[in-house]
Every structure is written in C-alpha cells, then in structure tokens.
Design a protein around this ligand. Structure first.
Ligand SMILES: [Fe+2]
Ligand SMILES: [Fe+2]
Length: 316
C-alpha cells in the first residue's frame, strides 16, 4: 500500500527524517571561510580596466588536465541557481525541507566562490574564457532529468551526484600538484560528503516507506546517471581527458560512487519487495554487471595507451 503513496504524501512522510538529518547536518558541518584557503599574496592585477598583466598559460603551474577538471568542477558549482530552482520545486520551501534547501544552496555557493578565487589569484585559468564559459553554461541551465518521475528519483539522483562530486573534487586536488589547491578541494569534498549522507539517509528512509518505488528510482537513476555538469560546452572531450587522468572514470564511478551507496542502503538485499520491486532490482543488478565490464574495458584500454606511450618515450 505504501507504494501507492503520491509524491506529496511521500515528501510529507519523509519530513521528520529531513528534520532529524537537518539537525544532524547542522551539528556536524563545520563553519569554514573560503578566503582562508586562497593564496591572495600570489595575486596580481589583470589587463583591461586596471591595466595589469594579461593571462598566459605559462603563469600557471597546473597541468592541462588539472585545469580542465577545475574548470568543469567550478562551472558545475556555478550552475547553482538552476539547481536551487529544481530542488526548491521538487521539495518545496516550507518546513524542514525548505530550511534544508536554503542551507544546502548557501553551502554550495561557498564552493564556487572558493574555487573561483583560487583559480583567478593563482592565474590557473584564462579568466576571459572562464567567464564566457560560465555565461554559456548558465545560459543552458540545469533541468532535473527525472521531472516526470517520482520525487524519489530526485532524491536518488542527488545521493549519487553528491558522492560523484566529492570524488571528483578530491581527485582533482590530488593531481593538481599544488598543496593549496589540494587543501581547498579537500575541504569542498568534505562538504559534498555531508550532502551525500543527508540525501542517502532520506533514500534509506524511503526504502523502508516505499521499497518498490525506492528500488525503481535507484534503478532508473543508476542506469541513466549523468554528471551535473554534463551540459558544459565540450563536456564529452573534457570528461574523456578527466577519465584518462584517473580523476573520474567508469571504474571510480562503479567502485567509489554507485556500489558504496547501494551497499550502505543494503539495496541489493532489500526485503519486502513486490514483483515490480524485484523487477527493478534485477534490472539494476544486470546494469551493474555491464557497468563493471565497461569499467574494466576502459582501464585496460587506458593501460594499453599508457604502455604504448611509455615505449615510444623510451625509444625517443
Ligand atoms: Fe559543491
Ligand atoms: Fe554538494
């Protein structure tokens, strides 16, 4: 019967869980200040209005792929107004849901501020190209891909997305070669982890409330998952570069994002499913096996390319 719940009923039923998790979040999250993470002493005026020095790539110590990944992560954060619109529409702006929506938005806003300040101060990125890319990306906006589905699809999506974003920030920091960048992105990644826990706990409660709907939502979302920044210009090319560098690839997606969330929810062992729920779980299991195979194929291909390159370099 629970699986006949409408979205409104579901959101109402989940509200006490939202309140508990909001309070847990507020007592766990540590206040932090973006300005403390930015090496302002490295900054200088740019050309244009202030007549400073124009940007040139040699001014940056970052590798090309670290730069690409930071740009993708920043543009993803920049699209916050669209995300706010989508989650405020989905969850509403009242009660504990509304408090969460606003708090989450404010925390995400900090990420874009911090990363932009770091990139501009260290001259890590062409400021004109970055601003133009931001205009194009925000001009496209972000649309919840599960508008025609249940609110649980939205909750499932953000559970995986927050963890994907966490991993992406953390690994970008690691390969940046700049301890200051690593420290900043580590801080941002810690926030994304708390966001993931919040949504994953809601999803866990949904599995108890409406197991068939929750299983269907998780199955659909895992099968169609796209990064939140997928509408960034040239995202395909950028994401290949990011995958080749091991910042975010299919293996990481499978092992460090999808499986940990499913394991925590005990989704694959969920009991009390009807035929619909069982069907969704079977689909999910089948998809995971294929994802795992594709991940293995990708890493094998990447290893082969790396070996060829190394052999060529040794001959040169
Ligand atoms: Fe963020
Ligand atoms: Fe987040």
């Amino acid at each position: 019967m629970a699986d006949q719940l409408s979205t409104t009923d579901l959101l109402r039923e989940l509200e006490p869980v939202v309140e508990t998790n909001l309070n847990r979040h507020l007592s766990t999250a540590k206040e932090w200040f973006p300005h403390e993470y930015v090496p302002w002493s490295q900054g200088t005026d740019f050309d244009g209005v202030l007549g400073g020095e124009a940007w040139a790539v040699e001014q940056s110590t970052l590798s090309d792929v670290a730069r690409t990944s930071l740009i993708v992560n920043l543009l993803t954060e920049d699209n916050l107004p669209s995300y706010h619109h989508e989650i405020a529409t989905m969850f509403g702006r009242d009660g504990a849901w509304g408090t969460w929506v606003h708090r989450w938005t404010a925390e995400e806003g900090r990420h874009g501020i911090a990363i932009r300040d770091y990139l501009l101060t260290t001259r890590a990125v062409d400021p004109v190209a970055l601003e133009r890319a931001r205009m194009v990306h925000m001009g496209t906006g972000f649309e919840n891909a599960y508008l025609d589905d249940t609110a649980l699809h939205g909750i499932a999506y953000v559970s995986f997305q927050e963890l994907a974003t966490r991993v992406s920030h953390r690994n970008t920091g690691r390969i940046s070669g700049d301890p200051i960048c690593d420290q900043l992105l580590g801080r941002v990644a810690a926030d994304e982890n708390l966001h993931m826990i919040f949504y994953r706990n809601l999803l866990g409660a949904a599995f108890e409330l409406a197991p068939d709907l929750a299983m269907r939502a998780v199955c659909d979302v895992v099968k169609t998952f796209q990064m939140p920044g997928h509408s960034i210009e040239n995202f395909g090319r950028k994401s290949v570069q990011i995958a080749m560098a091991g910042i975010y690839d299919l293996r990481i997606h499978h092992d460090e994002v999808v499986i940990p969330v499913l394991r925590n929810l005990k989704a694959l062992e969920a009991t009390g499913l009807s035929a619909d729920g069982e069907k969704a779980r079977d689909e999910l299991v089948e998809f995971l096996a294929e994802l795992d195979r594709q991940a293995t194929r990708f890493t094998e291909r990447r290893d082969k390319i790396a070996a060829t390159k190394a052999a060529r370099a040794a001959r040169a």
